[in-house]
Design a protein around this ligand. Structure first.
Ligand code: SDX
Length: 434
């Protein structure tokens, strides 16, 4: 462990505090401020965690300046080119790539956990038909905790592993059934001779009345999308899962909390917001610059959805890969003019924005959500399902980060402090005197 330190001097008292400076494998060195309050009597203040590491982790590495993303040390570009989503799930959970036998066993295990308890079907019918599928997913995933009492010892690694497998396996079924319920269509059960993404497309789009073969092009494109969304360091939803899990809550409750956090349009809900923005632009007939100018206007709450990122101050490497998938899929599918028009508008918007000083100076580039919605539309997936698919993909990241935290004997319940700015020491005023 490094012996480097940073010294903080309190200018008011002259008191000095030496704090350990921790060295990462890669990335910024990190000041361990754990003893600061005890030694100096001060808190640190960083509401959006702009400069704060909430944990140490060996799962995913980001370099926002260089646009680098690595899962367990493997570059996202290599995994996108050579791997599969379930192989990436194994890599994230186990820490290294599987051999053939390990992969086959993992895929077999996931495949044989895709069914939901029959009683869970009744949960869906409790929702209105127009319920947003994210609302259904939050509810049903949280309810999974009611079905697995025999594997809920979160301090037992085997229980944590089977919970992880159950969540990864059941998310596509829950996602597809959320859609089927909204459409008033019968639930389609998973089948074991299909791949993970073929099974999802089967449960989404097949009908009992006729044979259905998932399009291999769509299954491959979706598998790639899931790889690119699988994990992303300590983003808002992953941090939510860690904080919820730090109270020793069960993994289903912690992941349900992560799904809720992902729903926001500033986070995983952006992919749906991007398509609504592109459609508004196309329908408005106004020049793109008008929308770019609105995004720059501080008096206007409008932002270019799918642009900007807390960490990436360069291209989000996932956005580049998704844009390529988008081009390929639309040309392979000879997609409808509607989808091509959305892609054309997205590409034109990217060009206009990236030549505008406001965006250049703030390092605002397209992020993972900017192009993904166009692909989902081309697959026939409705807008309100986009974030559901993001949640399906990110489940492995959430549960892996949770497991890493629960495996750490030094982990504690997360309990931030505050900078109190309210009133203090008031005397109670009787009602008749107010
Ligand atoms: C995801 O964290 C992750 O890793 C998330 C994610 C993952 O895989 O888990 O990558 C997935 O959530 C991607 C982000 C999806 N969200 C959007 O596309 C929504 C639009 N983007 C913004 O809301 C924003 O860029 C955030 C939320 C993504 C990042 O916000 P920050 O880091 O808090 O930055 P900020 O709001 O302080 O913005 C800095 C400046 C501000 O201007 P100034 O005050 O400096 O003048 O940039 C401006 C902002 O107004 N700005 C934008 C903008 N994003 C930031 N201006 C116009 N349009 C935008 N999209």
């Amino acid at each position: 462990m490094s012996t480097e330190t940073v010294t903080i001097i309190d200018d008011t008292t002259g008191k000095k505090v030496q704090l350990p400076l921790l060295s990462p494998t890669r990335g910024p060195k990190t000041i361990d401020i754990g003893t600061l309050y005890k030694e100096l009597g001060y808190f640190t203040y960083d509401p959006g965690f702009m400069s704060t590491a909430s944990c140490s982790s060996g799962i995913t590495f980001l370099d926002g300046d260089k646009g680098v993303l690595q899962y367990r040390g493997y570059a996202i570009e290599q995994l996108a080119e050579h791997s599969s989503y379930l192989e990436v799930c194994y890599l994230l959970i186990k820490g290294d790539l599987p051999n053939r036998q390990e992969l086959d066993e993992f895929v077999h295990d996931i495949t044989h956990h895709t069914m939901l308890h029959e009683a869970l079907k009744r949960f869906f019918s409790g929702f209105r038909r127009d319920a947003h599928p994210m609302a259904i997913m939050v509810g049903v995933v949280g309810a999974l905790a009611a079905f697995y009492h025999e594997h809920m010892d979160i301090h037992n690694p085997e229980h944590r592993e089977i919970s992880a497998h159950r969540l990864i396996a059941k998310m596509p079924t829950i996602a597809a059934w959320s859609y089927r319920y909204a459409m008033g269509k019968p639930f389609i059960y998973p089948v074991n001779n299909l791949s993970y993404t073929e099974n999802f497309l089967h449960m989404m789009f097949s009908m009992p009345t006729e044979p259905f073969t998932p399009d291999p092009l769509l299954a491959k494109a979706l598998d790639l999308i899931l790889i690119l969304h699988a994990d992303h360091e300590q983003n808002a939803s992953t941090s939510t899962v860690r904080l919820a899990g730090s109270s020793d809550a069960n993994p289903f409750a912690a992941v349900a909390a992560g799904i809720a956090a992902l729903w926001g349009p500033a986070h995983g809900g952006a992919n749906e917001a991007v398509i609504r923005m592109l459609m508004d632009i196309n329908e408005s007939g106004k020049p793109l610059q008008a929308f770019v100018d609105r995004a720059k206007d501080k008096k206007d709450s409008f932002r270019l959805m799918g642009f900007g990122h807390r960490v990436y101050k360069n291209y989000d490497p996932r956005a580049t890969l998704i844009r390529d998938i988008c081009h390929q899929l639309l040309s392979d599918m000879e997609s409808s003019g509607e989808h091509q028009k959305l892609l054309d508008t997205a590409m034109a918007l990217e060009k206009v924005a990236l030549e505008d000083d406001y965006f250049v100076q703030r390092n605002l580039y397209p992020n993972v959500d900017f192009y993904s919605g166009i692909i989902f539309l081309a697959m026939g997936i409705p807008m309100n399902m986009f974030t559901v698919i993001f949640a399906m993909a990110r489940t492995v990241g959430w549960i892996t980060q949770w497991d890493e935290m629960m495996s750490d004997p030094t982990s504690k319940i997360g309990r931030p402090r505050q900078l109190y700015t309210g009133l203090i020491d008031l005397e109670y005023v009787p009602l008749e005197k107010r």
